[in-house]
Ligand binder design. Structure first.
Ligand code: PMP
Length: 361
């Protein structure tokens, strides 16, 4: 069996060491005589696993004591709706910074619950750049400001945390969480679907400041209320135990990689290698995104002649390079370079691209 070089946008490549460990422990976890998937979430062994995973994440991200960590379900999409429900009453408003597909969707899903105002958008620039901070029309009394630090489809990324004053900053970090060091204290709430940099889909990690948990929101079932999940250590109902377990293994792997500082350096080197290959291809390949907004995680690129797209995909797949087709909203190609994608994998991709350009140039 051989594993391909996987550039999927998500669900995405996981560290091979994590998969191998999960495989080795699959039938008998921790000497329990059962798979971790087959054990009660309320039993001592799983509770210990759960707490240890949270502690590792706290250490990796440097999460201050006044923040809770939640292991939730529903995908990031469900939380597009649940965040406004929890953070504001029905008459409140919130500001959204829209820099791509996922920001648009966050606004759409929030709209039934809050006056979701678009305070800035780069739609007129086809989401190929970021709206400068001094053009944002932040409104007085907003319950929060929501943004997407990395837009997975358009391949644009904020390289600094925007200053929004005292208004809580809410970040959908689905596609860049744990990819570099982060100052959690700048955020009111961070959330991310697990299926890119953490583990399998079906798990959402949320880091939320205590005072936001205390916000009344509105009447709703307990299952939607973050404060209830926090009060029950994310075991209000049966959590995604398998996802939680794999997340813990990934956190351990990240520690071995030098934590987020080590990961950040490696991710920068990977992105530089690929963008250099694109920029140095004499126009054979092109990155449409403005240089200052280029994502380290998702690199969309086009070929100078789109008639070659199908050939590129066919040949890349034959060379063991998976999932390079761009999202249909953007076209062309996209290589996703999440944490589990090694510098070696990027090297293989770059060599393939050079060779392809020579043969088809
Ligand atoms: N936000 C971002 C930035 C994403 O990349 C994605 C999915 N790839 C989502 C939200 C939606 O996540 P989910 O499918 O887990 O709801």
């Amino acid at each position: 069996m051989s594993r391909a070089w996987n550039f999927s946008a998500g669900p995405a490549a996981l560290p091979e060491a994590v998969l191998k460990r999960a495989q080795a422990e699959l039938l008998d976890w921790n000497g329990s005589g059962a798979s971790v998937m087959e054990l009660s979430h309320r039993g001592k062994p799983f509770m210990a696993l759960a707490a240890a995973a949270e502690q590792r994440l706290r250490g990796l991200m440097g999460i201050p004591a006044n923040y809770k960590v939640l292991f939730l379900q529903g995908g990031a999409t469900q939380h597009f709706a649940q965040i406004p429900m929890n953070l504001a009453g029905p008459d409140a408003h919130a500001d959204y910074i829209v820099t791509g597909h996922w920001g648009e969707k966050a606004v759409r899903e929030a709209a039934p619950y809050i006056d979701a105002r678009v305070a800035a958008t780069s739609v007129a620039a086809n989401y190929l750049s970021l709206p400068p901070r001094d053009t944002w029309q932040l409104s007085k009394g907003a319950a929060y400001v929501h943004y997407t630090p990395n837009e997975t489809i358009h391949g644009v990324e904020f390289h600094d945390v925007p200053d929004v004053g005292d208004t809580p900053l809410v970040a959908d970090m689905s596609s860049n969480i744990l990819s570099e060091p982060v100052d959690v204290s700048r955020f009111g709430l961070i959330y991310a679907g697990a299926q890119k940099n953490i583990g399998p889909s079906g798990l959402v990690i949320m880091v939320i400041r205590d005072d936001l948990l205390a916000r009344a929101g509105r009447p709703m079932a307990n299952i939607f209320r973050y404060a209830e999940h926090a009060a029950n250590d994310s075991m209000l109902n049966t959590p995604n135990t398998w996802g939680w377990y794999l997340a813990g293994l990934t956190f351990e792997w990240l520690e071995e990689q030098g934590g987020l500082a080590g990961m950040g350096e490696r991710n920068a080197a990977k992105a530089t290698a690929l963008y250099d290959a694109i920029d140095g291809s004499s126009g054979f390949y092109r990155s449409p995104v403005e240089v200052s907004a280029r994502s380290r995680m998702n690199v969309p690129f086009t070929l100078h002649d789109s008639a070659l797209d199908a050939v590129f995909l066919k040949e890349s797949e034959a060379a063991g390079l998976l999932a390079l087709k761009g999202h249909k909203a953007v076209g062309g190609m996209r290589a996703s370079l999440y944490n589990a994608v090694s510098l070696e994998a990027v090297g293989v991709l770059v060599n393939f691209m050079r060779d392809f350009a020579t043969r088809h140039g």
